[in-house]
Design a protein around this ligand. Structure first.
Ligand SMILES: Cc1ncc(COP(=O)(O)O)c(C=O)c1O
Length: 396
């Protein structure tokens, strides 16, 4: 039976030229993006400054509305920001860390950029950071996580899917526990939205951030922040700016926060990135996240089978229910092998302590999986990784 999702391959030109298995890092560019960017250029050229009043100013929220159906959010509940690090900064800046609610709970497998800002900024604001450790470097024990959340917890700020291993955290249990003790939850959903079903209302999550550049095929510069209506009503980020003002063009000296997603914005938005961000989420919606997830579970299982048959170490959860969209192979000389794959137009990435990460998406064919694993095997057999290892460190 043919896979109906393969019909979407026609939307992504790079698939004609490469075996593109890196949607966990940068999703393929949709065919419609050049036209969107041309629209931006034309509007700038033709309308000049009047373009702001003709839709540009609203884009951080109107583009957010394109993402809302993918996470069960309502219109006006998502703010587009330049990156997830900024989104998380907005979140942490909205909270008070005075005792007895002075604690932020994280894990030692959260994305470093996010950890840096909590460790350096949140602690300056008075927060105590509790980091829940991992036993195996792949996942975090749910019970240990739940025990770390208590009456001292102000915020639980964790990844939904861990970037290194694609381990899916038990967000439902964590949100439930946080509610029981009166803590808020901020989920970094960079590795879930677009490849796993996510429903912010069912989870009851307070904040959820992610970006369009990976699984949503929307390019760099388009990150999103969902804030629950309750949190938007009761909280005001101190990291702010004029786009968050109720009357930005009044240029008033005193801050008066706008409502809903608007209050989480800051300065002038990066308009080209927002134009580029529109097409990908629309295609993902048309493909359907449930169908994408079903295919992803099947293809990641297939990848694991292919790898294990060749004796490659797999650093991904073996339980499909706990496994996101990426499978990492910790083969010998993984860095050099990854470079050799890239040189042969098999596009993957490499991460220390994980190995070669392979991220199939809805547009990936099974033949491409076989090609990639077969090529890893021949690169190892022929020692074709050697020239790349030799050059390692000489290029940035
Ligand atoms: C889970 C996760 N969070 C955060 C980031 C960093 O996001 P940004 O560069 O948009 O700040 C990444 C980047 O890959 C990530 O995988």
């Amino acid at each position: 039976m043919t896979d109906p999702l393969l019909a979407f391959r026609a939307e992504f030109p790079i698939l004609e030229r490469t075996t593109y298995l890196v949607s966990n890092s940068l999703g393929a560019m949709p065919r419609g993006v050049p036209e969107r960017l041309a629209q931006y250029v034309d509007e700038w050229a033709e309308r000049g400054v009047r373009a702001w009043a003709a839709g540009w100013w609203e884009m951080p929220v109107s583009v957010g509305d394109e993402i809302a159906p993918l996470i069960g959010a309502g219109p006006g509940e998502i703010a587009m920001l330049p990156n997830v690090t900024i989104a998380q900064t907005s979140v942490l800046s909205a909270l008070d860390y005075s005792a007895p609610r002075d604690t932020i709970v994280m894990t030692d497998l959260d994305f470093p950029s996010v950890r840096y800002v909590y460790d350096h900024l949140a602690t300056r604001l008075g927060a105590r950071i509790v980091v829940v450790p991992s036993d195996d470097g792949i996942g975090i024990d749910t019970q240990r996580m739940l025990e770390a959340i208590d009456e001292r917890t102000r915020l639980v700020a964790i990844s939904h899917v861990l970037f290194r291993s694609a381990f899916i955290m038990d967000a439902e249990a964590i949100c439930r526990r946080a509610r029981e003790v009166g803590a808020l939850v901020s989920l970094d959903a960079f590795h879930s939205v677009g490849v796993l079903p996510v429903d912010v209302k069912r989870l009851g999550v307070d904040f959820l951030s992610g970006g369009v550049l990976k699984w949503l095929c929307g390019g760099p510069g388009g990150a999103f922040l969902y804030v629950s209506p309750e949190a938007s009503r009761s909280l005001s980020p101190s990291f702010t700016g004029w786009q968050a003002h109720a009357r930005p063009f009044g240029f008033e000296p005193e801050m008066q926060y706008a409502e809903q997603a608007w209050r989480w914005l800051n300065g002038t938005p990066a308009i080209p990135a927002l134009f580029a961000a529109i097409e990908g989420p629309r295609i993902v919606r048309a493909a359907g996240v449930d169908r994408i997830r079903a295919k992803s579970m099947r293809q990641t299982a297939r990848l694991i089978d292919l790898a294990q048959a060749r004796g490659f170490a797999v650093t991904a959860p073996l339980d499909p229910a706990r496994r996101g969209g990426t499978v990492a192979f910790d083969v010998p000389h993984a860095y050099g092998v990854a470079q050799a794959l890239l040189a042969n137009d098999v596009i993957v990435d490499y991460r220390p302590n994980a190995g070669i990460r392979v991220g199939p998406h809805f547009y990936t064919s099974d033949v491409e999986l076989e090609r990639a694993v077969g090529m890893i095997e021949s690169i190892l057999r022929d020692e074709a990784w050697k020239p790349f290892e030799a050059k390692r460190g000489t290029v940035t």
